[in-house]
Structure formats: structure tokens, C-alpha cells
Design a protein around this ligand. Structure first.
Ligand code: NAD
Ligand code: DAU
Length: 365
């Protein structure tokens, strides 16, 4: 298909990461009429081996670059006639943000700002400037964000709604909150068409094994300690990553400009209960006697500023866009554990760092 033949030219940032790779796969496979340009810096969290099944598709292009690089962004928007952005590129791990907050501000805040500014200059005519082609698709800047911007909940039945006041606690969540505010400011000040979604904890294939679920699966397999922060009583609301990708598809196509949509699984777990469930399933799959890996549980010093509980009220996206999570947690966690245990080469490449050379092998640079 020639360049001009695509209905839309969508820039997906962070598409080599965990959630981004699922979003890229969904869009490339489900919308051959769209061209998907995946822009990723390939930090430690970006892995092109997450996308080997779609890398040769005619509607897929990969571009290596940093979202803070304004010149590169302007050229990309011009060369590919970018008409919409689904922005996922970010530093995403809370523990890393505690050690290195500056990198989080640089990427999550300044990077988002550079993208917003490029989109504004490309899509919005300056006073007296060129009028947009009426036949071109309506532009959209979609920011994929997190429930952590809302702060923490107590152990009651309250949930984060789209009206909950922002109250971030970690450098990671502060940087995501700041980027959300910039996205809204670009709508309110310049009229940039934007939409935001705030999602709860994702789990599933291709997640970097620094996050709780893949780290613990890998450690159970290797009979290594399972470091539980504090007493393991913190609560998270878990959603299977493909359900998040489907929600992003819906918000992109049917979400209202300037609105926010909360996404979550109505699936709260105390960390220690989740860990015991994972141990049960993993021991069964590995053929260990029940409870074998319980002895790996090791209580360690709590994460600084560890938010007590997150839980999303996803009523709005359910009612307005008809989204529902498709997978029960029991099914999702079994599928996830089996995926990691069946993809030991992926896991070995990621833990050894070999995946970092895949770009050079593929693109010869
Ligand atoms: P991830 O860490 O797995 O992937 C991030 C990707 O961004 C990587 O491919 C990385 O190479 C790329 N990247 C980082 N800095 C970049 C830069 N300067 N320029 C270009 N690319 C860069 O993250 P994830 O868990 O897939 O999260 C994706 C997005 O979804 C993030 O914005 C995150 O805040 C948000 N989110 C994550 C979760 C979750 O549970 N993981 C939940 C809600 C929202
Ligand atoms: O809520 C959405 C957020 O979920 C996303 O915005 C973040 O990008 C994503 O990383 C995730 O943040 P969390 O901090 O909740 O995820 P993590 O997997 O790091 O930790 C989940 C819980 O498990 C949390 O309460 C901390 C705890 N934990 C984590 C690790 C890595 C442990 O007890 N031990 C560990 O080794």
C-alpha cells in the first residue's frame, strides 16, 4: 500500500514496551487501513522482540527516537503525515522513580510537552496560516495515563472516579499527573483535541520482570526470594493487558474529545493474597507439591511513600463506550504464568540484556 493510501497515520509512542506492544499489535492487525508508526527510544524497558509477529506487516513502521527530540518529532509528523497520537512512552516503574526522579520528569513531563507542541504546530493553523484540509481525518492526541495520579485510597469501599482530585505521591505519579495537566492545558489553551485514560495495574505477557507479577514468576521458577514490601497489605486493582488495549481502541475511536476515562478491572487484591495465589498456580504448573514456593516469601523494607490502595470505578467507560474486561482474574493469571514459563527464551533475553541488541541485528545500526 502506498503512503497516501492509508486512512489514518497513527503515531504510537512507547510501542516496544509492555502495554504499547499490545496496543501496536491490536491496531496493526485489526486496522490494515491505518498505518502505525511506532516511536520508541528502546530504553531498558523497550524490546522489539515483543513485536516479532507483526514487524513485517505492510502497515507497520518502527522509528527509534526520543520523544524529547523536537526536530525528530517535527520530521516524523511531516514525513508520515501523522494525524493522531497514542502516547504511551514513559518511565513507568515506581521504584526507579524513587532512585532517579529527574529521568521521570525529563521523559514523562518534558517528553509529553515536546509531543504536544509538535502536534499543535502540525495540526492547528496559526492565525492567518494554512487551513487544514477538510477531508483529512480529525486529529487526536490520546494520552495513556495511570490511576496513580489520584493518590491512594483507604481500606474502605471508595473508588477513584474521573472526578477524584489529583494527589500523586511518588515521583512517577507526580510526573504522570504533570503530563496529564499539560495535555489538558493544550486543549484548554490552544484547542488541541485530546483525550486521556487513567488505568489500574496491568498484567500479562511481555511485562518487564521488575514489576511484581513477572518478577515473582521468574523468581518462583528460579527458587529465588520473593521480596514482599512491608506487610504485603497494599491493595492493587489488576487488569489483563489485552483488556486495556481493547479499552484504548474504544477510547481512541469513540471517546469524546477533552474527556477522561478511567479503566480498571473491578479486581482488587491485597499483595500477599495475590502472591499466594500466584504461588499456588505456579507450583501446580511446575509440578511442585502444593505450597512449595511459600517458603520463598521474604518480607522486606517497605517502598518509600507506598500507596495503600488503588481501585478504579470504570462505570463511565462501561456505560458510555460499552467496554467490559473479558477475562476473569483466575483465567488471566493462569494464562500469564503459563506464558512466562512457556517463553523462557524471551525471559532469558530480557534478564540477560540480550534483547538490547535486537535493534542492531534488525536495522544494522
Ligand atoms: P514500559 O516501561 O513497559 O514501556 C515504556 C516504553 O516507553 C518502552 O518501550 C521505552 O523504551 C519507551 N520510552 C521510554 N522513554 C522514552 C523516550 N524518552 N522516548 C521514546 N520512548 C521512550 O511501560 P508500560 O508499563 O507499558 O506503560 C506504558 C504507559 O502506560 C506508560 O505511560 C504508563 O505510565 C502507563 N500505564 C501503565 C500501567 C501499568 O500497569 N504498567 C498502568 C496504567 C498506565
Ligand atoms: O496503578 C498503575 C501502575 O501500576 C502503573 O502506572 C505503573 O506504571 C505500574 O508499574 C504499576 O505500579 P505499581 O507500583 O502498583 O506496580 P508494581 O508491580 O511495582 O508493584 C505492585 C505492588 O507490589 C505494589 O504495592 C508494590 C508491591 N511490590 C512490588 C515489587 C516490584 C512488592 O511487594 N515487591 C516487589 O518486589
Amino acid at each position: 500500500m502506498s503512503k497516501g493510501a492509508f486512512q489514518r497515520n497513527i503515531l504510537i509512542t512507547g510501542g516496544a514496551g509492555f502495554i504499547g506492544s499490545h496496543v501496536v499489535r491490536l491496531f496493526v492487525n485489526n486496522y490494515p487501513e491505518y498505518r502505525i508508526i511506532n516511536l520508541d527510544k528502546l530504553t531498558y524497558a523497550g524490546n522489539l522482540q515483543n513485536l516479532t509477529d507483526i514487524e513485517d506487516k505492510p502497515n507497520y513502521t518502527f522509528a527509534r527516537g526520543d520523544i524529547r527530540d523536537a526536530e525528530m518529532l517535527a520530521a516524523l509528523f511531516r514525513d508520515y503525515s501523522i494525524d493522531s497520537v497514542i502516547h504511551l512512552a514513559a518511565e513507568s516503574h515506581v521504584d526507579r522513580s524513587i532512585k532517579d526522579p529527574f529521568t521521570f520528569a525529563e521523559t514523562n513531563v518534558m517528553g509529553t510537552l515536546a509531543l504536544l507542541e509538535t502536534a499543535r504546530r502540525s495540526w492547528l493553523p496559526s492565525p492567518g496560516g494554512e487551513i487544514r484540509d477538510e477531508a483529512a481525518p480529525a486529529p487526536l492526541f490520546y494520552h495513556v495515563s495511570t490511576d496513580e495520579v489520584y493518590g491512594e485510597l483507604g481500606f474502605d469501599n471508595t473508588l477513584f472516579t474521573e472526578e477524584t482530585r489529583y494527589d500523586p505521591h511518588s515521583p512517577y505519579s507526580a510526573s504522570k499527573a504533570a503530563s496529564d495537566h499539560f495535555v489538558r492545558a493544550y486543549h484548554d489553551t490552544y484547542g488541541l483535541p485530546v483525550v486521556i485514560s487513567n488505568c489500574s495495574n496491568n498484567y500479562g505477557p511481555y511485562q518487564f520482570p521488575e514489576k511484581l507479577i513477572p518478577l515473582f514468576i521468574n523468581n518462583i521458577r528460579n527458587k529465588k526470594p520473593l521480596p514482599v514490601y512491608g506487610k504485603g497489605e497494599n491493595v492493587r486493582d489488576w487488569l489483563y493487558v489485552e483488556d486495556h488495549a481493547r479499552a484504548i481502541d474504544l477510547v481512541f475511536h469513540r471517546g469524546k474529545v477533552s474527556e477522561t476515562y478511567n479503566i480498571g478491572g473491578f479486581n482488587e487484591w491485597k499483595n500477599i493474597d495475590l502472591i499466594k495465589t500466584m504461588i499456588k498456580v505456579a507450583d501446580r504448573i511446575l509440578g511442585n507439591p502444593e505450597g512449595t514456593s511459600l517458603e520463598l516469601i521474604t518480607y522486606v523494607t517497605d517502598r518509600a511513600g507506598h500507596d495503600l490502595r488503588y481501585a478504579i470505578d470504570a462505570t463511565k467507560i462501561q456505560k458510555e463506550l460499552g467496554w467490559e474486561p473479558s477475562l476473569q482474574f483466575e483465567e488471566g493469571i493462569e494464562k500469564t504464568i503459563r506464558w512466562y514459563l512457556d517463553n523462557l527464551e524471551w525471559l532469558a533475553n530480557v534478564t540477560s540484556g540480550d534483547y538490547l541488541h535486537y535493534y542492531e541485528q534488525m536495522y544494522g545500526e
